[in-house]
Design a protein around this ligand. Structure first.
Ligand SMILES: Nc1nc2c(ncn2[C@@H]2O[C@H](COP(=O)(O)OP(=O)(O)OP(=O)(O)O)[C@@H](O)[C@H]2O)c(=O)[nH]1
Ligand SMILES: [Mg+2]
Length: 457
């Protein structure tokens, strides 16, 4: 379906595109046919040249002064949305913002829905769907790698890659269709060459599908829950990771009650650390409430960081906690803390080989080295090519369907090249490429995608 091309009947929309709250300047964007007439009405001055920052006094339609502002005009199609756009840089006073917006509403301009500016940019062919989704991902990026991946998408990496695949498939379809229509003039596809092309495409696609696992850790924080018995140094570790004393540390067992969460960046990834109450039998109601919260925290965690005090001998409680951690089937890192003290710990039977055991001291300057080294080994920098082609869930679904189509095509070619069947399979594969870039997508799906954007984007 052709959703593209500018629609002159679309109404003019506006939104504040800067964060709300106190600040020096707020930017109000207006996009659509009424953007420039509204500027003329509310500034009572000649229009500034496009793409120049101009000083303008702003008035209500009744002539009351509102603010001294800077305005920028972008003439469509050379604008973000492809329509005429005016950006008003006004003082970030709630009164100024509200008055200007009320005046714009009074001129028939309405509030933009979330993602509506980007949706118009997409509909006007300014960017494809993967680039539009890249903008949302860029705004939401929590880690350096997520930021780089999203920026790649905005710059068209995914779009170009899938377009190349689509072009190769279209070339095959042209020959198949040509042969079906003019069998005497256009020869059928050469099976050897076709198989080679399909194999090449499948391998490329499989490689990309395989690297998608990486995306999970890049696109959101890696949740690490610090658990252990009381007084082993969980809060000390939490503070050491953060570089400041966020959690209370005392020599009294049972210090931490409610859990505390904070994030850090390590090696370009974002880690979310949670310090929890020490697990033990207790009569203290508050402490017991804190311990009860650990189970759901374990369920939500990606990694369980189990801290033990290696200056104390292993106890029955250690074995019990080990069993609990085992049952989660999650990665567990066992940290033997207080390595600056004499060791008293003895082996734990039934300890899984897959759990790394790392020395730790939160008291010495290099005490976190083993943990940091382990993190660097486990979460290595992704390759640039991986970042460029890291997909969101919708895009991954398109990739999986495309791969299934290529496999089907392969079978059709090896089983005698039925030309009608080939044309059918090729069209299905091309359709999935077009779904990825948004060329073949329903209005409902499109609305679903853009509604997840923030207002003003
Ligand atoms: N010698 C030494 N003492 C440490 C180390 N890490 C923590 N401690 C001490 O151990 C005691 C308990 O530390 P916390 O960080 O409060 O321990 P916790 O596991 O959070 O304790 P709860 O919140 O009660 O469960 C404090 O006196 C810390 O100074 C370490 O590496 N070496
Ligand atoms: Mg604590």
């Amino acid at each position: 379906m052709a959703l593209s091309q500018s629609n002159p009947n679309l109404d003019t929309i506006t939104a504040i595109i800067t964060p709300t709250g106190p600040g020096a300047v707020a930017i109000v964007r207006v996009s659509g046919e009424q953007a420039i007439p509204a500027l003329q009405t509310l500034t009572q001055k000649p229009l500034p040249p496009a793409r120049y920052v101009a000083n303008r006094s702003v008035y209500t339609a009744a002539g009351e002064p509102i603010d001294d502002a800077c305005v920028v005009v972008f003439r469509g199609p050379a604008s973000f949305t492809g329509e005429d756009v005016v950006e008003w840089h006004i003082h970030a006073s709630p009164v100024v913002i509200q008055t200007l917006r009320a005046e714009l509403y009074g001129l028939g301009i309405r509030e933009a829905k979330p993602g509506e500016f980007t949706k118009r940019a997409f509909l006007n062919g300014k960017l494809d769907l993967t680039q539009a989704e890249g903008i949302a991902a860029l705004i939401e990026a929590e880690s350096n790698w997520a930021h780089q991946s999203a920026l790649n998408h905005v710059q068209g990496s995914l779009h170009q890659w899938i377009t190349r695949i689509r072009t190769d498939l279209l070339r095959l379809l042209e020959v198949v269709d040509g042969h079906l229509d003019f069998p005497d003039e256009i020869p059928p596809l050469d099976p050897v060459e076709t198989l080679a092309t399909l194999q090449h495409l499948r391998t490329a696609l499989q490689d990309v599908v395989q690297t998608q696992d990486h995306g999970e850790h890049i696109q959101r924080s890696i949740r690490c829950l610090i658990v252990g018995q009381p007084n082993v140094g969980k809060s000390s570790l939490f503070n050491a990771l953060l570089g400041h004393n966020r959690a209370i540390v005392t020599r009294i067992p049972g210090t931490t009650r409610d859990y505390i969460t904070a994030t850090t960046q390590l090696g370009g990834y974002q880690f979310e650390w949670t310090d929890s109450a020490g697990i033990r039998q207790t009569r203290n109601q508050i402490e017991a409430a804190g311990i009860r919260k650990i189970k759901p925290l374990m369920a939500a965690a990606d990694i369980l960081v189990w801290v033990q005090d290696q200056s104390k001998p292993t106890t029955q409680a250690d074995t019990q906690l080990m069993q609990t951690l085992k049952r989660t089937q999650k990665p567990v890192w066992r940290l033997l803390n207080k390595s600056d003290l004499k060791t008293r710990r003895i082996r734990l039977s039934g300890f899984p080989d897959s759990w790394p055991v790392l020395p730790l001291s939160t008291r010495t300057p290099d005490g976190l080295d083993a943990l940091k080294h382990h993190i660097a080994q486990t979460f290595q920098p992704p390759k640039q090519a991986e970042l460029a082609l890291l997909c969101n869930a919708r895009q991954r679904a398109c990739l999986t369907q495309l791969l299934a189509c290529l496999t089907q095509l392969h079978t059709t070619v090896t089983q005698g090249m039925d030309m009608d069947l080939l044309a059918f399979d090729l069209k299905a594969a091309i359709h999935h490429c077009s779904e990825m870039t948004g060329e073949a997508i329903t209005e409902t799906v499109l609305d679903g995608i853009f509604s997840r954007f923030c207002v003003g984007k």
